[in-house]
Design a protein around this ligand. Sequence first.
Ligand SMILES: Nc1nc2c(ncn2[C@@H]2O[C@H](COP(=O)(O)OP(=O)(O)OP(=O)(O)O)[C@@H](O)[C@H]2O)c(=O)[nH]1
Ligand SMILES: [Mg+2]
Length: 289
Amino acid sequence: MLTIIPTPVSTQDGTTPPVVFVVGTAGAGKSSLVTAFQRWARFLEIDVLAINLDPGAERVHYDPEFDVRDLVSLSDVMDEYDLGPNGAQILAADLVAAQAEDVFEEIEGISGDILIIDTPGQVELFAFREASSHLVQVLGRGMACLVFLFDPMLSQTPSGFVSQMLLSSIVHFRLGLPTANFLSKSDLLEPDVLERIMEWGRNLDILEAALYEESTSQRFDAATTGQRSEFAIGQLRMMQHASIVPGLVPLSSESEDGMADVLTFAQTVFGGMSDARDGFAGDIEHEIG
Ligand SMILES: Nc1nc2c(ncn2[C@@H]2O[C@H](COP(=O)(O)OP(=O)(O)OP(=O)(O)O)[C@@H](O)[C@H]2O)c(=O)[nH]1
Ligand SMILES: [Mg+2]
């Protein structure tokens, strides 16, 4: 089941492809998703255009329509401004965002069915820099949505799961884009572990009990245990109340599970792609299965 955090879409001119920003914590599998999605879509004759917005990427395995490393090089930024790797990442992210119009010019007029954008390693470099909001607006043109990747290892504890739920909603709040949560690298999880995580996404009562149990086993005192669980569950219930339903779709760039759901998400938010490829995930999986 795909869970969408809805946000009204402002404009749609019918010609520009929908834009999917892939966001997540460092190493969550963002670049791999872009590669896998492009490869998967090629077989369906869906034209997926990719963009790399990560100046710190060592290498990319997809075929980028535009690569920000052509504009900003991390090593040049380090040399020129005498910065370490972290400072350089921050400055590079700002430099990229400041050149949003140049990036847009590079991609203006390209035609494709969908545009998928790889973002910098650390989510805060993309979501929390002021200049990034501008970049999202310029590149998104009112047709953008967000795929937020949950790290599979971090998702295995209730507190790790809740932390990512909260992070996803903060990024959603910050950028104001329709957001769907995906559990990345789900092929690495044992089926029972995967099912437990999915259950947490579906049922807050079960998550609350797990969180309480975890706090107890970590030997927090009773008051702290209660406060932690209450805080986390209170936040999640509030999100649920505002229709920001926590939910997850399993994804694997290895097995290509969930690729159709990424496509469905973009289609659901922005309307179908033109022509016969206008199917939903189930149809597509049926067609290729
Ligand atoms: N088994 C498995 N491994 C994956 C999957 N997706 C990514 N990986 C591995 O996870 C590691 C990190 O993947 P990346 O795609 O580079 O992650 P990223 O979020 O782009 O990383 P940064 O840009 O450095 O933050 C790599 O070793 C990938 O091979 C997946 O679906 N399954
Ligand atoms: Mg990457």
